[in-house]
Design a binder for this molecule. Structure first.
Ligand code: GDP
Ligand code: IMO
Ligand code: MG
Length: 453
């Protein structure tokens, strides 16, 4: 058993990229399994004495370690133009042999320009838009399910055959464009085929039947890290439907997307922040008021709690730059995310323990949701019938006076401020899973790893 699976425990942006990269430093293979360029995974690392901070959208962050191989698995929907730009960016900052270490699953699907147009159009046609990242992710997965999707393998076909496939795929979409006065967005299948064939030529040597690679690594018992994208509450089945993404971001989805079975799994780490954030629309029980309107920060004299959390924790989208909605940490949400039935979590990684301490220093206290009041009762799970009841659970908070300071050089759990340890202990008691990893700063190795759990 060799695979470490990293899963987001809330609404995304929990610090998965950082933890996945930390775990990757002694791995043989790192895999992006689901989603596409809707994900933005920030990693901060040193390369040849220089500090780099980059947000990756498609390539697993562990690729920055020269001994590691990377795979973009079949569950990912790939924008090849962005992928090539990302490869070039890594090469520019001196990451060696990216093209010979990175592999792309031939069965992965491709995001084409019409998917992005459709993403915009479908949001526009909704009464309650989701607030998608507009990266064409939903429409690309729709085509995959409709069996008209274009796969990475198709980019390697003779150009006339690719054109035929694109022509079939775009027929209903282009009709929709015409019905909505978007004729000017129609790009002929011939032009698209020529352009995407060119991308095919650039990535050709990286495209593989990934089952063979993962089988070999699993059989050897070498370490694999699966870098999950999005999160439990954005999962198409488990999440806050319809305010979700189009893929399954929990463990089961990550396994299919990464070409591995449950037999390869060594451990599942669910990542959560000490506070919470969400981008896009949808319920958020512990959200605090903030000056955000239409994805922009508005002017303010007095900041609300949500503003303080956002500014101290740097909560701006790594993909879209949108200010993130912010609120207090939620141990009940995390308990549901760590359910053995849902993610099969072995460990929690709690990121931003440094930042929440700073928030407490400024605001005079830190709150943690330790129960919900819902339908006249106190409950200890995340309810899934809110649309039916028309009620959002009201958080019941445990309050910690003041804040704390944690230097990002700290690696010894025992040296954490007592109050921070208490905060962690309450989470462990509620969730029933150990907090093994504690984030104390943004660098890949700003992590306390506890050997005692
Ligand atoms: P992901 O999508 O889950 O990979 O997370 P993002 O990269 O979108 O957002 C996480 C943000 O928090 C990034 O800016 C990270 O650099 C930062 N970050 C992650 N862990 C920590 C931590 O423990 N402390 C601090 N201060 N920043 C962190
Ligand atoms: P990482 O991997 C935060 C959100 C969008 C929107 C909803 C659907 O960085 O944690 P989509 O474009 O997927 O159709 O949008 O999901 N969303 C994310 N929010 N982090 C992400 O990825 C996200 N990927 C999608 O904001 O609400
Ligand atoms: Mg992110």
């Amino acid at each position: 058993m060799s695979a470490t699976i990293i899963i987001g425990g809330a609404w995304g942006d929990e610090g998965k990229g950082k933890v996945a990269s930390y775990e990757a430093s002694d791995a043989r293979l790192v895999i992006r399994a689901t989603g596409g360029a809707n994900a933005g995974h920030t990693i901060v690392f040193n390369n040849r004495g220089e500090r780099h901070k980059i947000a990756l959208h498609l390539i697993p962050g562990g690729i920055v370690y020269p001994q590691v191989r990377g795979l973009i698995g079949q569950g990912v929907v790939i924008d090849p133009k962005l992928l090539i730009e990302e490869v070039e960016k890594l090469e520019e900052i001196g990451i060696p042999f990216v093209r010979s270490r990175l592999r792309i699953a031939g069965r992965a699907h491709v995001v084409l320009p019409y998917h992005k147009e459709l993403d915009e159009l479908k949001e526009r046609l909704k009464d309650n838009p989701i607030g998608t990242t507009k990266r064409g992710i939903g429409p690309a997965y729709e085509d995959k399910k409709a069996r008209t999707g274009i796969r990475v393998y198709d980019l390697l076909l003779p150009v006339e055959e690719l054109e035929k496939k694109i022509e079939v795929a775009t027929r209903p979409h282009y009709q929709l464009f015409k019905d909505n006065g978007m004729e000017d967005r129609i790009v002929s299948p011939k032009v698209l085929a020529e352009q995407y064939s060119q991308y095919g030529k650039v990535i050709k040597n990286m495209v593989i039947n990934a089952d063979i690679l993962t089988e070999e690594v699993c059989k050897n018992g070498d370490k694999i890290v699966v870098e999950g994208a999005q999160a439990y509450r954005l999962d198409n089945d488990y999440g806050d439907y319809p305010d979700v993404t189009s893929s399954n971001c929990v463990t089961a989805g990550a396994l299919i997307g990464a070409h591995i079975s449950h037999k390869c799994v060594d451990k599942v780490i669910v990542v959560a922040k000490a506070h919470c954030s969400r981008v896009g629309n949808g319920v958020f029980p512990t959200e605090q008021l903030a000056h955000i309107e239409n994805d922009k920060v508005t002017e303010y004299d007095q900041p609300f709690v949500g503003d303080v959390i956002r500014e101290i924790c740097g909560e701006y989208g790594a993909t879209t730059g949108r200010p993130r909605r912010c609120g207090w940490g939620d141990a009940i949400l995390l308990k549901s995310a760590c359910s053995q039935a849902v993610t099969g979590a072995d460990y929690i990684c709690l990121s931003h323990m440094d930042s929440i301490g700073k928030v407490g220093n400024i605001l005079g206290s830190i709150k943690l949701c330790t129960a919900y009041r819902y339908q006249g009762k106190k409950i200890y799970f995340y309810p899934d019938d809110m649309e039916l009841t028309g009620e959002v659970p009201e958080p019941v908070y445990t309050e910690f006076a003041g804040g704390w300071d944690i230097p990002n050089t700290l690696r010894d759990f025992d040296m954490l401020p007592e109050k921070a340890k208490q905060y962690i202990k309450i989470i462990e008691d509620i969730v029933g899973i150990p907090v093994k990893y504690i984030g104390v700063g943004p660098n890949n190795n700003d992590v306390i790893v506890r050997d005692d759990v």
